[in-house]
Design a protein around this ligand. Structure first.
Ligand code: ADP
Length: 175
């Protein structure tokens, strides 16, 4: 299937999704935070934090895999997004988050994965720029990788969902 046809867009709560893996926009400690991280830990239960404690953190742009515990998703892939400062450096790191999550997913036989808008909350990344990086990096990966069947972008807010929808439609999505 065409890469763009393997992308889905959803407005809502990523913790509800019955996909193989959901991605957590974590911080480098992996020991919990607010936003989507807090929601994922609340929904997964305390075993998630216990496993995260064994990982020894994650560098910015890196990714680490845990089980999903009480989540409908089998796995959580935790990534530490950049705090938005220098646009060029932040872009390299954000791209690395998406690449490393997708690489890790394929390594573990994951076929369906959902991403939140990494760094677009308290880390302050402008959503228009983050969206382009998320979508371009994912399409590039899908074009070279048949194993991933579905990548879902889950946006909590209506506004962010609209930004993603406009960008995807300009690329010929949903076909
Ligand atoms: P970061 O620290 O990487 O900026 P945040 O968790 O603050 O991470 O925000 C990342 C994005 O996740 C924001 O756009 C926020 O609105 C969104 N978000 C928060 N809760 C959820 C949720 N339950 N499901 C999906 N997205 C969420």
């Amino acid at each position: 299937m065409q890469p763009v046809a393997r992308i889905e867009l959803l407005q809502g709560d990523i913790t509800k999704l019955p996909v193989d893996a959901i991605v957590n926009a974590a911080n480098t400690s992996l020991l919990g935070g607010g936003g989507v991280d807090g929601a994922i830990h609340r929904a997964a239960g305390p075993e998630l934090l216990a496993e995260c404690r064994t990982l020894g953190g994650c560098p910015t742009g890196g990714a680490r895999l845990t089980k999903g515990y009480r989540l409908p998703a089998r796995y959580v892939i935790h990534t530490a997004g950049p705090v938005y400062r220098d646009p060029q450096k932040s872009a390299v790191l954000l791209k690395s988050c998406y690449r490393n999550c997708l690489d890790l997913a394929v390594k573990h036989g994951i076929r369906t994965i959902a991403f939140p808008a990494i760094s677009c909350g308290v880390y302050g990344y402008p959503v228009e720029d983050a969206c382009r990086i998320a979508v371009d990096t994912t399409l590039d990966f899908l074009a070279r990788n048949e194993h991933l069947k579905k990548v879902v972008f889950v946006l909590f807010s209506r506004r962010n969902h609209d930004v993603y929808r406009s960008y995807l439609q300009a690329l010929g999505w949903p076909h």
